[in-house]
Every structure is written in structure tokens, then in C-alpha cells.
Design a protein around this ligand. Structure first.
Ligand code: F6P
Length: 469
């Protein structure tokens, strides 16, 4: 029986005590690793004086975790530099924020090559290899150069932009050539799939054959949408049990008769946090009767703090927050509560369930699982309303949310108002339809659909040319 080899930048090694929350990808792969024996390969998260040439192996149940250390230069060039300063902004349509450096790009290729060298020694002929995310786009090309002909799939967790946007990034044609070395490329939405196929056609002269097949020379790859899901039952159950949690009880008591509006996002400019705060400000200014009647809680764990654009964003959020709370707050009422802590699923599910409105208004997002978590956490008899950016991948599926353009603060303010005033019957009808969709396309559906497709595809890999700077 073939094994499953997962590769991702971060590797979630389970805590041996079984305690501690599993991350999104770990939850997604749990069932897959029950079906297949496997390896999970990637960065240990550690910085060492010398880069690893062999991974450190940690065995937990059926999975072998293979962990590579990076040097501080690797982390700077590969992770902070090319992945998060050049690729991330471009993939999120922020051309003006993208900082390309040839040294960073060389570091990105160097880490991909060293991962491929170590991984090639572990891969057996029947293994299915599943690579995740933008840090590792050239990995298949590097593995092919080493003679690996296994089926290799890639899932891109973030948006894939239109060719006119991707084309502004130096090196993008090389990345596109490298991505065709995967047998199957999964993206979050049909829009992303269409964008990537158009990039391959316009930039490389590939031919888009029927459906998801793209042909480059005598080689075919497939590009297809696989919308990622959540552990719906787990989230529902966590929400049901959450009312006894201390933080949830304290929040309930602190609210009194006020209604809660919630936002939960990593601190990232793609999430539209200052824009959302200003939309809430617009709502309060336009609806003065609501002052003192609602509280907006924004939970925002900090992220990628070594990248300068994130430090700038942090200052911008703090300034916006201070200005709004200072100008609109009153003794006894703070309009926006902003916290940088990370909370476990049990607390988040409870806070979602308490909230009358879930504000998920990224400027651009691959899927945005918070939107799905908000829906899954609701009380079926009295659900809250999801206000969702039309630029989140989730908007392709959750058409019963109040869909908004996050750039239009008046439109978002109006949606907040509509959400707060929406009658119970309409809230239940919208929630029921959204819940049906997220149940049908939950996380185990996502992983098993991708893997079945990868395992069943007809085109085998080919050894091929090397990518270089
Ligand atoms: O959404 C893309 C992604 O890379 C996720 O896979 C990851 O959980 C998240 O961003 C956080 O990013 P980082 O690993 O840089 O903290």
C-alpha cells in the first residue's frame, strides 16, 4: 500500500501528552494519516548554525515527522524574504507591497533544493507526495531533477492572482514552469483555478485542454478547485460545551445587554483589520442609537513580526483603534476591544456563538476558515449573521452571508446594521443553507477528494530540468 508523504513549511508535531490544540492542516490530515501510513516533512521551526542535510525524525502513532532546521540566513531569505515579502503580497494582489530581492529568491530556491535532497532519500516508489503552500512551489521540480517520478500534488492555500498581477513579480515565469511538475495542483476556488490556468497559458504558452487539464510541451498537469473545509462536528461540539469556559463566562457577564460583534484574524494586511475598524466607526456614526448597545471584539494574534510591513500594520491598527475608541467611547463603554492573544478552539467557538455578527472582511483571502468556524459555532435556534468579504474564497460557497466589498466602508457599515436588525426567521434560513454547504465540504471531504484525485490521475511524473536563479 502506498504511503502519504506530506510536505509543508511548518510541521505540527503532536504534543506527546495529547494535550494542546491541533492546527488547521493537522486536523485536515488526521483522517488521511489514518487511511495511509505516512511522513510529514518540513521546517522544524528552529534556527541552527548549520542547515540540516538529514531531517530529525520524531515518531508519533502512524506518522513519522521529519524536521529540517534552517540557518538564520535561510529563514531570512526563504521565509521572511521571498515567501512573505515578495510572493505573499503578490498572491494577495498587493503589488505595491511586494519587495523582490535576488538574494531572497536564491535563498528560497536553495531551501527548496535542500528539502528535496533530504526528502528524495525518504520517498519510496509507490508513495503519494502532497506538498502544501507557496513556500514550496519549486519542490516538485527539484524532486523531478533528482529522478523522483512519484505522483506529486500541490495545494495552494492562498489566492492565485490574475496573470497581469503575477507577471509583475520577477521570477514568476520560472515559478510557473516549476509548478507544472506537479501532477495535480489544487487551489481554493474556481476563480483561482481560472487565474492559474490563464497564467500558464499567457506566460508559458501552455494549452488549456478540456476541463482542468493544462498541457506544456508533451507534459500535462491539472489545475482544479478544492475548497478547504473545517472539522464541522468538532467546532459544533466545542461551541456547545463552551458556555462553561471561564473566558466565555466572563465575556458574557461583561457584555450585559450589549450585543457582540466579533472578528478573528492573524495580524496581516490581507485581513483588512484597520479598514474593518473604520467601517465599524462609520456604522456608529451613522447609527448613534447603537452607541453603548454593541461591542466589537477583534481577536488578532500577531504574526511574522520580523517582516517590516507587519510592524507597520501593527502601528496602523493601534492608531486606528485608539482614535476610534477615543472619539466615540464613553465612560463605561469601549466600542472596540482589541486583543493580541491566541485562544484555543474551545474559547473561540464560544465567543463566536455569543456574537450576533461575525465580521470576516479580508481585502483578499484564499478561503478564510474563520467564516466557516463562525457558522459552525452558531446556535441553530438563534444564529448570528456572517458579514463576509466577496474577496474571501469562502464567498464562492457561502452565498447566504451578507457579502460586502471591504473597500467600501459605507457598504460594510450598512451590512453591520442589516445583520443586527435581521429577523430570526431569515437568520435561521440563511444559516441552515450555509451550514448544509460547510457540512458537505468539511475537512475530511477536502483531504480525501484531493488524495483520491491525485492517486487516480493518469499522468505519471517525469524527470526534468532544474530551476535556477
Ligand atoms: O494561509 C497561509 C498560511 O501559510 C497558513 O498555511 C498558515 O497557517 C498561515 O498562513 C500562517 O502563516 P505563518 O506560518 O507564516 O505564521
Amino acid at each position: 500500500m502506498s504511503r502519504l508523504v506530506v510536505v509543508s513549511n511548518r510541521v505540527a508535531v503532536p504534543d506527546p501528552t495529547g494535550k494542546g490544540a491541533a492546527g488547521g492542516l493537522a486536523v485536515a490530515l488526521r483522517e488521511a494519516f489514518e487511511a495511509y501510513q505516512g511522513i510529514w516533512f518540513g521546517w522544524s521551526g528552529k534556527v541552527a548554525a548549520q542547515p540540516s542535510t538529514q531531517p530529525k525524525i520524531v515518531n508519533r502513532e502512524r506518522v513519522q515527522y521529519a524536521l529540517m532546521d534552517l540557518t538564520s540566513l535561510d529563514r531570512q531569505e526563504y521565509y521572511n524574504g521571498f515567501a512573505n515579502r515578495a510572493l505573499w503580497p503578490i498572491m494577495h494582489y498587493r503589488i505595491g507591497l511586494s519587495e523582490f530581492s535576488r538574494a531572497d529568491y536564491a535563498g528560497y530556491l536553495r531551501v527548496n533544493r535542500s528539502f528535496a535532497n533530504a526528502l528524495a532519500q525518504m520517498v519510496q516508489p509507490d508513495d503519494l507526495v502532497w506538498v502544501h503552500d507557496y513556500h514550496l512551489i519549486p519542490l516538485a521540480a527539484e524532486l523531478r531533477a533528482l529522478g523522483i517520478t512519484n505522483r506529486i500534488g500541490y495545494f495552494h492555500h492562498i489566492p492565485w492572482p490574475a496573470p497581469e498581477v503575477l507577471g509583475t513579480l520577477p521570477g514568476s515565469r520560472e515559478l510557473l514552469r516549476a509548478i507544472t511538475d506537479y501532477n495535480l495542483i489544487g487551489v481554493q476556488t474556481e476563480r483561482d483555478a481560472d487565474n492559474l490556468r490563464r497564467c500558464l497559458v499567457q506566460e508559458l504558452g501552455a494549452v488549456h485542454r478540456k476541463g482542468d487539464v493544462v498541457e506544456l510541451g508533451n507534459h500535462q498537469t491539472r489545475v482544479k478547485g478544492f475548497p478547504i473545509g473545517i472539522d464541522v462536528r468538532g467546532f459544533e461540539q466545542a461551541a456547545l460545551r463552551s458556555s462553561s469556559h471561564r473566558l466565555v463566562r466572563q465575556t458574557t457577564a461583561g457584555l450585559g445587554s450589549r450585543r457582540l460583534i466579533i472578528g478573528v484574524d492573524r495580524l496581516d494586511y490581507s485581513k483588512g483589520i484597520p479598514e474593518r475598524m473604520e467601517s465599524f466607526e462609520r456604522f456608529l456614526v451613522g447609527n448613534p442609537d447603537q452607541r453603548g448597545q454593541v461591542t466589537y471584539l477583534q481577536i488578532t494574534p500577531t504574526s511574522r513580526s520580523e517582516v517590516p510591513e507587519y510592524a507597520t500594520l501593527s502601528r496602523e491598527v493601534n492608531e486606528t483603534l485608539g482614535r476610534i475608541n477615543g472619539s466615540l467611547g464613553e465612560p463605561g463603554w469601549v466600542p472596540i476591544h482589541y486583543v493580541n492573544s491566541t485562544y484555543p478552539r474551545s474559547v473561540l467557538a464560544g465567543l463566536h456563538r455569543l456574537s450576533r455578527v461575525g465580521l470576516v472582511t479580508p481585502m483578499r483571502d484564499g478561503m478564510n476558515l474563520v467564516a466557516k468556524e463562525y457558522v459552525a459555532a452558531q446556535n441553530p435556534d438563534d444564529p448570528g449573521v456572517l458579514v463576509l468579504s466577496k474577496f474571501a474564497g469562502a464567498a464562492e460557497q457561502l452565498t447566504d452571508a451578507l457579502l460586502v466589498n471591504p473597500n467600501d466602508k459605507f457598504e460594510v457599515a450598512e451590512a453591520i446594521r442589516d445583520a443586527l436588525y435581521m429577523g430570526r426567521d431569515e437568520r435561521i434560513a440563511r444559516w441552515t443553507r450555509m451550514m448544509g454547504t460547510i457540512r458537505q465540504t468539511d475537512v475530511s471531504w477536502w483531504a480525501s477528494t484531493f488524495l483520491k484525485d491525485l492517486a487516480g490521475g493518469k499522468n505519471a511524473g517525469r524527470p526534468r530540468i532544474q530551476v535556477g536563479v
